[in-house]
Structure formats: C-alpha cells, structure tokens
Design a binder for this molecule. Sequence first.
Ligand code: 3HC
Ligand code: NAI
Length: 692
Amino acid sequence: MTDLTESVSIEHDGTVAVITINNPPVNALSHHVRQGILDGMTTAAADDSVTAIVLICDGRTFIAGADITEFSQAPKPPSLAGAQSAMEDCTKPVVAAVHGTALGGGLEVAMCAHYRVSDEGARFGLPEVKLGLLPGAGGTQRLPRVTGPAKALEMMTSGDMIGSEEALDCGLVDEIVDDLRSGAVAFANKVVEEGRPLSRIRDRDDKLNVDPSLFDDFRKKIARKTRGFLAPEYNIRCIEAAVSLDFDAGVSRERELFEELMSGTQSSAQQYYFFAEREAAKVPDVPKDTPKLPVASVGVLGGGTMGGGISMNFANVGIPVTMVEQTQEALDRGLAVIRGNYERSAKNGRITSDDVETRMGLITGSLDQGDFAEKDMIIEAVFEDLDLKKKIFAEFDRICKPGAILASNTSALDINQIAAATSRPESVIGTHFFSPANVMKLLEVVRGEQTSDEVIATTMALSKQIAKIPVLVGVCHGFVGNRMLFMRRLEADKLVLEGATPAQVDKVIYDFGFPMGPFAMSDLAGLDIGWKEEESTGSTVREIMCESGRRGQKNGRGYYTYDPETRASTPDPEVEQMLRDFGSKQGIEQRDITDQEVLERCLYPMINEGAKILEEGIALRGSDIDVVWINGYGWPVYTGGPMFWADTVGLDEVVSKIKDYSSKLDGEHWQLSPLLERVAADGGKLQSTTGG
Ligand code: 3HC
Ligand code: NAI
C-alpha cells in the first residue's frame, strides 16, 4: 500500500487499483482527500498494469460531504472539480464503493465514477439544503440525469437520504454487494471483462424530457414547509437548468446560485446551527468516558398529553415501557391516544401495521407504581404541581431499585426541591420534553445541584438513542426555553392593550419565520390551562378571555374564532374591542403600533433574558440557547436562533433599543443584562459566549 497523502492511499488487488480514503470521523473532502483522489487517479491511469480503479473509504462511512470547517477558510487547492474530472475523464473504468452515507460532495464524487456499488446499509443524499446551500460540485446537474428531475427535486429540497434498494431502483447504484471491498473489485473486473462503456452521467439526457409544469407544481407542494428558506428554491432552479441547458452551462448556473447562497446569512446561520447542535451534546465537566448506566427498561408516571408521547419515544427504539396512571379510565384513554398516533403514522406510510403492534406490545399499562421497582429509569409526567411531584419522588425513592434514574418532565419547577424529597438526589434529573413529545426533537436535560455525572452522561446519550436533540440546562423557573418564552408573552400581552391586535402580533412573529404567533399558540394550547373560574377576578388578559367563555381552539373561540369544519381562524373584532377597552380602563393610551415595534418588543426581551441565562450559567453556551429555540419552539433555523440573530442585527443596536424601551416600559425583563452590555462593548458575539 502506498500513501498518496495523509488520508489517501493506493494498492493493487490483481489488476484493480484500490484507492482508499481514511479521513476520520466522516471522510469529509478535506484538501488532502481531494489531492489524494486526484493523485490516485493520475497514478492508476498511468500504470499499465492497472485495468480498473475502485474508490473506497475506511471507517464508518463513505465521504459524507465537503469539509464544512473549510467553508470559512481561504480555498485550498486542488478544487473538488479537478478531482472529479480526473475520475470522470479517466480512460479506465472507475467504480465507487459506498458504505455508510454518501452525502453532499461525497455523492457528487460517487456520481463522477463510471459505476457505483454499495453494501446493503448504504444511504445516499444531497443534504446541502439543510446547510442553506445547494450541491455545488455538479450534483444538481448529475442527480436529475440519473434519477430524473422529479426524484431529484424531492431529494435535493428535503436533503433526505435514500437507502440502497431505492438507489438501485432509480439507477444511482449499479449493484448491491455483500462484502464491499471484494464485491467492488469483482464488479470492476466484470466491467473490464465485459468491455462495458466508461459511462459518464454528464453525457446522459434520457430522463430529462419532462413537462415543465412539474416545477411549479412542486413549488406549490413544498411552499408551506419551506416558507422563508432560500435554498430549496435555488435547488429547484438548478434542476430547471439541468433540463433546459447543456451540462456545462448548467454547472455554471449552479456555481452562480451556489455563490449567492454561500455569501448570504441563511447559509451561515444553517452551517452555524449544524455545529451548534453537535456542540450541545458535549458537557465540558462531564468527561466523554464517564460510565453510562444501562437503560433497558423505563417507567413513565402519567399517561396524559406528555406521558403518552414520552412512552412512544422509547417503544419506537425497542425499549419496553410501563406507563402508570391513577385510574383505569385515564390509562385506557392514554393507551388509546398512543395507538391512534401509531395508526395514523401507519396510514401515512411512515411505519408498517406490524410496527404498530410491535410498539404497542412494548408499552404496558398499569395502575401500580410498584411496577417501577426494577426499572432502570422512571420519568414522571403528572400535573405541574410541586407538592404532588415531591410526594411522588419520595414514593419513587421508596419503590425504585438503587441506581435507577429518577426523572421529572416538569416544564418549570425546581428540580433541586424535587430531588430533595428523595434520599438520592444524585439520581434525580429533569427531562423536559416538548409537546407533542413523540414529535418534537428538543429535550432540555435539567441538571440539579447534585445530579451525578453518570446520570447526566446516560441521559444525554439516551436522548440521542430516542432521536432527540439534548441540551443540558441548569435549574431556574422555566429553564432556558420557557423562561425566554415568558418574556415574549409579557410583551405580547401588553402590546394588545396598547392598540396592537392579536392578529397583528401573530403576523409579525409568523412573518419572522415562527410556525405561529403567541396568540394562535395560546388558542392551540387552551386558554383555560391553570385557570380557575372561582378565583378569576377579570384582572388579566387571560382572565377576561376565559370569563367571556373563550377557551381557545377546543371550543372554537379564543383570540380568534375557528371554523368548526376546517379549523381555519378568523380575527375576532369582539376580542379586539374587549382588549382595547380593558387597556383603556387601565389608563393605557391607545395608539398605532408599528410592526417593527412589535418585533423588537417581542424578541429583544428574549435576547436580554438569554444573556441573563448565560450569565447565571443556566445554559453552557450561547449556541445551546439557539439549539433550544430552533428545536423546541420553531425559531427559524435560517436566522440561526435568538443569539445568532442578535449578533446579526448587531449587539450595539440591540443594547441601545433595550435601553430605550426600558426608559418607557415597566418590567424587570427590560433591565439590561450586564453580560449583554459587556459582550456588545467588547465587540463580541452572544453565539460564542459561554455560560457562567
Ligand atoms: N465536515 C466537517 N465535519 C463534519 C462533517 C462535514 N461534512 N460532517 C460531520 N462532521 C463532524 C461533526 O461535526 C462531528 O464532529 P465532532 O465529533 O467533533 O462533534 C463528527 O463529524 C461526527 O458527526 P456526527 O456527530 O453528526 O455523526 P453521526 O454519525 O451522527 O452522523 C453524518 C454522520 C450523517 C455524516 C452527519 O455528520 C452529517 O449529516 N454530516 C453532514 C453531511 C453534509 O451536510 N454533507 C454535505 C456537506 S456540504 C457539501 O458537501 C457541499 C458540496 O456540495 C460541495
Ligand atoms: P396531563 O394533564 O395531560 O397529564 C397528566 C396525567 O398524569 C393525567 O392523565 C393524570 O391522570 C396523571 N396523574 C396525575 N397524578 C398521578 C399519579 N399520582 N399517578 C399516576 N398518574 C397521575 O398533563 P401533561 O400536559 O401531560 O403534563 C404533564 C407534565 O409535563 C407537567 O409537569 C407539565 O408541566 C409537563 N409538560 C407539559 C407540556 C405540555 O405542553 N403539555 C410540555 C412540557 C412539559
């Protein structure tokens, strides 16, 4: 074996030259990999004893894409295009051998081979759209030539991967082999023996003849899902270019559009997010090699909105769950909701009907907390009531085996007080799931004062196992996400008493990129959660709403009225008047409020609170706050999250506006965070500020 560069080597297997890439962790296309491919192709082409070439990777995966860490650096030669041409124009057959994931630039390299083989588990995708980009190495022109434009549209605008069978069906893979290396070499020998052509994808046009209406129909189909994002539209334009221009002109168009995206803020935000999410999984004072506790069985207390969804997460990955309720009726209801969710997924083709039964089979209902005795982890999801939770944890302490992880799903309460109700506070932790718990990706893992490193490490790892994105946070009211949400709510409620309407506030927030505004969100959650008629005195917005019979979507009347059939919402002039009257009665002057003021008053207190959260060490990093808001509340990822967005706006501007508002408006949430003031004065960035 001969080393070509630090990450690429070449050896002979009979008359086949095997070029192997070894660039951990994911064989990204760093400059030495590009150089190695180029040198390998040149060497093999010049070697008369070589009849064919196999390109293969060591480690867990084929090339997973460009090296994203190089995006922010000056380009280093050779270009990827150079390495690709060396493959495509090679006078000997080149076979790419794929295992793991061939992603982005990785798939674009594979598409420059004359043939592709893979093992059974290989997956293929062009995920650049998730980084706010498009496949910029000819991928937008090659993929539609292989799969046809319709499939390329799906793959490139979603960024989702396809498996080896699907890749075989659509022509992306020529053969699936058992043993990748020997199978690829055998395939290469077969190509030589049979004298198969040096097939270049760039020369194909057999699948490009499509009805042009395909594109606009597709745009309509994905409009809702891709609202606000630039990259999906740019990917579509590239595929349009593939069907209307020749290959080289298409590649030029691709380059133009790629450069435009690359220089914009959306792609910086989305690339930042990619690393932020991975960083969030790391806990500086909990070493990577901290032993993890085995979690082979789980107990969930409470089978309501959250308990049911939480149980599903474990059943989905094969971990048996016992869900305990207080009455048979509540238990039956909880299990029926879970079954309904699974059946809906089966109907939509996301899982099979066998999966439904397997997963239901993993969830056991019970009325007896004694069944938790042997469980490795218990998650409490009962009503939000501190005394109740303390009582329950004391009971867990009595029942559960030593070493079991005792977790609470509280959305705001003090984990330290809950832990203090047990004799083993080191085993107690918060696992704050978001609703719907089987769907939402975020998990705030709440570290109590005494939570042990093992319990933290296990919970973080387990979160990933159940396909969640964990962020470790400290104890305070509402943790990171809800604490910041409360600030937005305070201002939203004030704005509608000063002359803004719920519809105006919601529209500003929706147009910013959130899935919905605060008032639509309240209607969805129900206005009467925690409201007690007998204690209601008409002194808050929520009280007057509930007193006037408005419960939200559930009874068709909330801040909006709802069509009983379609659930479409319409602003309610009666509510608007009621809010104005309520404001006037309190002596609040009514005025026109600009959309800009609505935006600043809703979002700047969140930034300020985020900075306070960092200052108190509740979040470990500014970027963790962004991960929380993007995954828990739908903050648009293309703005990078609240901290990244504030940096984009300019911290000086944010600070000066907060000072300005604090001189006119009441509330502690307008008191400027000293940390924010300091970072702004130092020319720093919130996204890279660490907590504590
Ligand atoms: N560049 C640089 N580093 C990368 C990387 C990349 N393309 N992909 C992953 N990494 C790093 C991660 O940051 C992480 O580093 P860390 O251990 O220091 O935190 C490490 O590799 C492992 O990554 P994951 O934790 O994500 O490992 P998984 O096994 O869960 O997932 C994966 C592996 C599916 C390959 C996932 O990492 C992934 O989706 N990577 C990104 C793929 C991608 O977007 N490719 C396209 C890049 S853009 C491009 O190719 C442009 C082209 O068109 C020109
Ligand atoms: P829920 O009211 O839908 O369900 C609570 C369930 O717990 C009920 O079915 C009740 O019968 C059961 N229960 C109460 N005491 C019990 C006991 N002693 N033994 C067994 N079962 C008992 O409430 P939800 O919404 O599921 O909330 C549960 C917890 O999750 C609360 O702490 C809440 O703050 C938190 N949470 C809620 C979110 C939401 O959006 N609903 C989001 C994140 C956290």
